[in-house]
Design a binder for this molecule. Structure first.
Ligand code: PBG
Length: 322
């Protein structure tokens, strides 16, 4: 035999030499869930190892992760139901605990890079990402609220804004507003191809943010489509996004690949709550090796073409010190 591919697999040293994809903790963003109060650290039942934390515990967590080499955090708030309203007014009130905690992190742990979520659902009494009227999600009216929310987050000191709402035209309207107000250095990581997915279930439990009626299919994408992701990517590029995201990651590796080949912007992928829960659940049953599965999954997302991965495994990965 002239060709023996196994020669390139004969030892760990050779395998390392020919390895095509490598993962680094520098690629990872750690999503964190926040609640109001003090001394709170409640584990999310469907996400073992992931907690809803009050600001004090969250600060300790950010500090510990920065020490382990995880430097970017995507923060999601859970607000009590009685503070929510139809127009998500709380989202741009500078006194809300989410915005105050962002400022505190930036003040006290300046190495931490803070990414936010721009969407109405955690603040909306309807549980949707936009304004609901007669069962419809209004697009252009929602942009106004998203703009106010984005500005408030920039004022609080956020480094990266993450519009996850899937309204048309939101990247452009947020970019223009930020620039007008002098926030030219604040980045936008757009949730470019965000699919209407069942894999968000544990996240919605964690934040109590499930839609009160209907579903998100008139704004989040149809899992059957990939060309549409290319349209979304072209628009987000033109509208001024700095980084494009695909979400979820594992059932959408082909979409990650497609965007990484068609766009010159960096691509990120969100390894979402349901993808985390599946591995944790199987590992708890002893049906899978949790650590090996985590490594393989993260590597596969990178191999597909994502430079950046948002993952609930970020801290666990960093602890391995690979
Ligand atoms: C809300 C938002 C969702 C996630 C991130 N931002 C849920 C949704 O769209 O209903 C999901 C993240 C995850 O499942 O880990 N705008």
């Amino acid at each position: 035999m002239l060709r023996r591919p196994r020669r390139n697999r004969k030892s760990q040293v050779i395998r390392n030499l020919v390895e095509e994809t490598s993962l680094s903790k520098k690629d990872l963003i750690y999503p964190l869930f926040m609640v109001q109060g003090e001394g709170i650290k409640d584990e999310v039942p469907s996400m073992p190892g992931i907690f809803r934390m009050s600001a004090d515990n969250l600060m300790d967590e950010v500090d510990a992760c920065v020490g382990l080499g995880i430097k970017t955090f995507c923060l999601f708030p859970a607000f009590p139901e009685d503070q929510k309203d139809k127009y998500a007014t709380l989202s741009y009130n500078p006194d809300n605990f989410y915005l105050r905690t962002i400022s505190k992190i930036k003040r006290e742990i300046p190495e931490a890079c803070v990414m936010t979520d721009v969407a109405m659902d955690p603040y909306s009494s309807d549980g949707h990402d936009g304004i609901v009227e007669n069962g419809e999600i209004l697009n252009d009216e929602t942009l106004e609220i998203l703009g106010k929310m984005a500005l408030a987050q920039a004022r609080a000191g956020a480094d990266i804004l993450g519009p996850s709402d899937m309204m048309d035209g939101r990247v452009e309207s947020i970019r223009k507003l930020l620039d007008e107000e002098g926030f030219t250095k604040v980045s936008i990581m757009s949730y470019t191809a965000k699919y209407a997915s069942a894999f968000y279930g544990p996240f919605r439990d964690a934040l109590d943010s499930a839609p009160k009626s209907g579903d998100k299919k008139t704004y989040q994408m149809n899992p059957a489509n990939v060309k549409e992701a290319v349209i979304e990517a072209e628009l987000d590029e033109l509208e001024g996004a700095d980084i494009l995201m695909v979400k979820p990651a594992l059932s959408y590796l082909d979409v990650i690949k497609e965007l990484s080949e068609t766009s010159s912007l960096p691509i990120s992928a969100y390894n979402v709550s349901g993808e985390y829960a599946m591995i944790k659940a199987a590992a708890q049953q002893g049906w899978l090796d949790g650590e090996q599965t985590m490594l393989e999954v993260l590597l596969s997302i990178k191999r597909a073409g994502a430079k950046i991965i948002l993952t609930y495994f970020a801290k666990a990965y960093a602890k391995l010190n690979l």
